[in-house]
Design a protein around this ligand. Structure first.
Ligand code: IMP
Length: 428
C-alpha cells in the first residue's frame, strides 16, 4: 500500500494532525498537497505541543522525507518563522525537507487584499483566515503569480515581482486606500528569505515518482476538509484549493492510478470556523460544552469554532467524493458528559426530504436536519486504548456512525496524545 492520501471529511479541524503524525510512523515520505498557512496542525507528544502550518509533521520523525508540493501556496515569512521555531526546538531540515520549485507564493499584497476585501464585504464575508490564501490562488489561476522557482535567481525575482507590481499597487490604492511598499523594498524583503528556503527547492514530482518506483510508503497530507473544497464544498464559503483526494494528484503530480488508499478523518461531532451554512450547528449549552471540552478554538487564528452534531449527510458525501477506504474517528471523549447525542441523517427543505447535499448555500442554510438520537454514556473515555473498554453507549454511538457512513473505523482517538488511541487495523 505505498501511496495513501489523508483527507478531512468535514469543514477542517477534524484532528488530522494527530492521525497524520501516527501514520507518519509507518511512512517514508510525507507530502502536503494544498492550502497554505491557513492550516494549523496541532501535535502533542512527550508533553510538548507544536502547531505546524506548512511543514509536514514528518519533521518530528527521524529518516522521513517531508515534501511541500506544488499545490501549496507559500508565504515566505510564515515559512521562515515556522522553520525558525522548529530549529530552536532542535529539529533540522537538511536532507529531510524538499519544497516544490513550482509552488505559488503569497506576497504581502495578497494578505492585504484578503483582509481588506473581507472588511469591505459586510454580511457577505467568507470569514477567511486573512492569510492571503484566496488572492494568491486567484493570481495562480490568472497566471500572474510568483512561484518558488522565481526565487532561484535574484534578477529573476526582481523581474517577476516587477511584472505585476504597478497593477497591484493601483488596485490596493484605489480599491482599499492601502499603500504597497516601493518595489525596491518589496524586493529586499523577499530576497531576504532566499537564503532560508532556496536550498530546499526541488522537483518534488520527480522525487515522488522515484520513491513510488522504489516502493516507498508515501503519505499525502491534505489541509482543511472536504466541505471547504473550492469545487465540492459550501461555495463560496470555502477555501481556494482542493482538499479532496483528487487534490493530491494535481498538488503533488502523482498520477491517479498510483494512489492506493484514501483515509478519511472525521470528528465525532462537527465544527466549522468562518461563515457559511452549517445545518447541525448548536447555539445552546450542548454547543458550548463541545467547544469547551473539545478546545474548539482555531489553531491558526484562535477564533472560537462553531460547534454542532455529527452530520452523516456530510460524512457520506465525503466518503463518496474522496473514495474513502477507511475512516479514523477523533475526539470521541469530548462527548463524555452529554445526556443525549444526535446525528443528522438527512435534510428537509420546505417540508420535503432532500437527496444529499444541495448546491445552493441558501438552501443548505435553511435546511432542517433529520436526527437520530443516541443515549450518552456519561463516563470518562479519555485515554481508552481498547474498543472493549468503552462504555456500551459509546460503542453503540460509534457503531451507528459506521453504519451511517458505510465505512469502518480503522482508528478511534480518545485524546490528543499519540497514546490515547484505539487501533482497529493497519493504517497503511
Ligand atoms: P481561507 O482559506 O483563509 O481563504 O478561508 C476560507 C474559509 O476556510 C474560512 O471559512 C476559513 O475559516 C476556512 N479555513 C481555512 N483554513 C482552515 C483550517 O485549517 N481549518 C478550518 N477552517 C479553515
Amino acid at each position: 500500500m505505498p501511496v495513501c492520501v489523508v483527507v478531512g471529511m468535514q469543514w477542517g479541524d477534524e484532528g488530522k494532525g494527530k492521525i497524520i503524525d501516527l501514520l507518519t510512523e509507518q511512512a517514508d515520505v510525507v507530502a502536503r498537497y494544498q492550502g497554505g498557512h491557513n492550516a494549523g496542525h496541532t501535535i502533542v507528544f512527550d508533553g510538548n505541543k507544536f502547531i505546524l502550518h506548512l511543514i509536514p509533521s514528518g519533521i518530528f520523525h527521524k529518516d522521513k522525507l517531508c515534501i511541500i508540493g506544488n499545490g501549496v501556496v507559500i508565504d515566505p515569512s510564515a515559512l521562515a518563522e515556522e522553520m525558525r521555531k522548529l530549529e530552536q526546538a532542535g529539529f533540522d531540515f537538511e536532507g529531510k525537507l524538499v519544497i516544490s520549485d513550482r509552488a505559488n507564493i503569497i506576497l504581502p499584497y495578497h494578505q492585504i487584499s484578503d483582509v481588506q476585501k473581507e472588511g469591505a464585504s459586510g454580511d457577505k464575508k467568507i470569514g477567511t483566515t486573512g492569510r492571503g490564501i484566496g488572492p494568491s490562488y486567484a493570481d495562480k489561476i490568472s497566471r500572474m503569480g510568483l512561484r518558488t522557482c522565481d526565487f532561484l535567481d535574484e534578477n529573476r525575482l526582481r523581474e517577476s515581482l516587477g511584472a505585476h507590481y504597478e497593477e497591484k499597487k493601483n488596485v490596493l490604492k484605489n480599491l482599499y486606500g492601502e499603500d504597497l511598499p516601493e518595489l525596491g523594498a518589496l524586493f529586499n524583503q523577499m530576497a531576504g528569505y532566499r537564503e532560508m528556503f532556496v536550498k530546499y527547492l526541488g522537483n518534488t514530482h520527480k522525487i515522488l515518482h522515484r520513491e513510488i518506483e522504489n516502493d516507498k510508503r508515501i503519505l499525502c497530507e491534505g489541509a482543511q476538509g472536504t466541505m471547504l473544497d473550492v469545487d465540492h464544498g459550501t461555495y463560496p464559503f470555502v477555501t481556494s484549493s482542493n482538499p479532496t483526494a483528487g487534490g493530491a494528484c494535481t498538488g503533488l503530480g502523482i498520477p491517479p492510478n498510483k494512489i492506493d488508499k484514501v483515509i478519511g478523518v472525521v470528528k465525532a461531532y462537527t465544527t466549522r470556523v468562518g461563515e457559511g451554512p452549517f445545518p447541525t450547528e448548536l447555539h445552546d449549552a450542548d454547543g458550548d460544552l463541545l467547544r469547551k471540552e473539545g478546545d474548539e478554538f482555531g489553531a491558526t487564528t484562535g477564533r472560537p469554532r462553531r460547534c454542532g452534531w455529527f452530520d452523516a449527510v456530510v460524512g457520506k458525501y465525503a466518503v463518496d467524493l474522496n473514495g474513502i477506504d477507511q475512516v479514523t474517528l477523533t475526539k470521541v471523549d469530548v462527548l463524555d458528559q452529554l445526556d443525549t447525542i444526535r446525528v443528522c441523517t438527512g435534510y428537509k427543505y420546505k417540508g420535503a426530504e432532500l437527496d444529499g447535499l444541495p448546491a445552493d448555500p441558501v438552501v443548505l442554510a435553511n435546511c432542517e436536519p433529520v436526527y437520530t438520537e443516541y443515549p450518552g454514556w456519561k463516563t470518562r473515555t479519555s485515554g481508552i486504548q481498547s474498543f472493549d473498554l468503552l462504555p456500551d453507549n459509546a460503542k453503540r454511538y460509534i457503531d451507528g456512525l459506521e453504519k451511517h457512513l458505510g465505512v469502518g473505523f480503522v482508528l478511534i482517538s480518545t485524546g490528543p496524545d499519540r497514546t490515547e488511541t484505539i487501533r482497529q487495523g493497519d493504517l497503511f
